[in-house]
Design a protein around this ligand. Structure first.
Ligand code: GLA
Length: 404
């Protein structure tokens, strides 16, 4: 009897573990960083642009700052061949994806590619539906390191099944490929995708605007502030290996420098994947300063891997904290309004216990040194309250360091 019970128990365990997707666990211990073609180039990509971007990622220092993934988005595809294998668009990518991947790898970068769980991508190219294992095999053969998997034309497909299927296909193909799920948050992937993918979009597409919504019949795209608001309540679901993705950055795509700084800062406070979306071949000095600020990037890449939280709002100023490894905190004041504002920081008002990180700010017993990460100046410590000016649609960002 006991023997049969044990056998039955083992059988059940096998069933359960084969149902659980097996993503490559060692990837994305910190939020992925890189560049993606969509926000700036949409469907107008080709191998010359991508090679140029690869060169610039190295020359500009972006790669060494951590931006290692170079991701093709929609519209790289040609047709499927007679056996159903996907090929590259022969006009845009005449040398093929394998040659491009080799070039990108020779620069010390990694290459990302894009597909869709439906029959067609959002740009009308062949999707992976019915070809999941073939596509994953082809990506592995080409040397792909990252797959963004979109959700257009999926009609009544079940998202859990569809993403699980592609995750399994990647696993079976044998190459560690970071799996970026782009399902726009419809089925709350943060509640089910931890073992399926390494990151999941939490919202519809970002729109290149600081504070507005771009409305169309049937769909909307969201400005930076709108996307920020939609992250509320999601921080407990993210952590090393599985990240909330509030979409790719619009920094350097035409917003004002203060807005770009606020956008980049808030994505770092959210421990968001930092995927640039500008034309890095022609980057202004201001954009460079923002996206290559090592101390700000370090907040995003902090190994504790806990998202920041909003602890107070007062007259359009939001107060955010992010716990960091080793006991430090990131502290950010975000001014959402179009006028400069003064804000008085009373540190003792911000004593709180964070349920996600199980850490406390403990301003009663701890004095933190204050370093301003944008001005790069030290501003004393938290033993005294202080008044600061927060410029319109901008941030004041501090690292509060313990024991110094
Ligand atoms: C969707 C995605 C975008 C982009 C486009 C490409 O809208 O959410 O990020 O990949 O498709 O067509």
């Amino acid at each position: 009897m006991n023997k049969y019970f044990l056998l039955f128990f083992l059988f059940c365990l096998t069933c359960i573990s084969s149902l659980k997707a097996q993503k490559f666990d060692e990837l994305a211990k910190t939020p992925p960083m890189g560049w993606n073609s969509w926000n700036r180039f949409a469907c107008d990509i080709n191998e010359e642009i991508i090679r140029g971007v690869a060169d610039k990622m190295v020359e500009s220092g972006l790669r060494d700052a951590g931006y290692v993934y170079l991701n093709l988005d929609d519209c790289w595809h040609g047709k499927r061949d007679s056996l159903g294998f996907i090929t590259a668009d022969p006009v845009k990518f005449p040398s093929g994806i394998k040659a491009l991947a080799d070039y990108i790898h020779s620069k010390g970068l990694k290459i990302g590619i894009y597909s869709d769980a439906g029959r067609q991508t959002c740009g009308g190219r062949p999707g992976s539906f019915g070809h999941e294992y073939q596509d994953a095999q082809m990506y592995a053969k080409w040397g792909i390191d990252y797959l963004k998997y979109d959700w257009c034309t999926t009609e009544d497909i079940n998202p859990i099944g569809a993403y699980h299927l592609m995750s399994d296909a990647i696993r079976a193909a044998g190459r560690p490929i970071l799996f970026s799920m782009c399902e726009w948050g419809h089925s709350k992937p943060w509640t089910w995708a931890k073992d399926t993918g390494h990151m999941w979009r939490t919202t519809g597409d970002i729109y290149n605007c600081f504070d507005c919504v771009d409305e169309h019949p049937g769909w909307k795209a969201f400005g930076v502030m709108q996307i920020l608001d939609m992250q509320e309540g999601l921080r407990k679901y993210a952590g090393p290996g599985h990240w909330n993705d509030p979409d790719m950055l619009e920094v350097g795509n035409g917003q004002a420098v203060n807005q770009d700084r606020a956008h980049f800062t808030m994505w770092c406070m959210l421990a968001a994947p930092l995927i640039l979306g500008n034309d890095i071949r022609n980057m202004s000095a201001e954009t460079k300063k923002i996206v290559m600020n090592k101390e700000v990037i370090a907040l995003d890449q902090d190994t504790l891997g806990v998202q920041g939280l909003k602890v107070a709002t007062q007259d359009s100023i939001e107060v955010w904290f992010k716990p960091l490894a080793g006991g430090d905190w990131a502290f950010c004041l975000l001014n959402r309004s179009k006028v400069d504002k003064e804000y008085s920081i009373h540190w003792q008002k911000f004593n709180f216990d964070d349920e996600v990180s199980k850490r406390s700010t403990n301003f009663y017993n701890t004095t933190y040194a204050i370093n301003n990460l944008w001005t790069k100046k030290s501003e004393g410590n938290t033993s005294k309250d202080k008044k600061v000016l927060v410029p319109a649609q901008d941030v004041v960002l501090y690292r509060l360091s313990k024991g110094k």
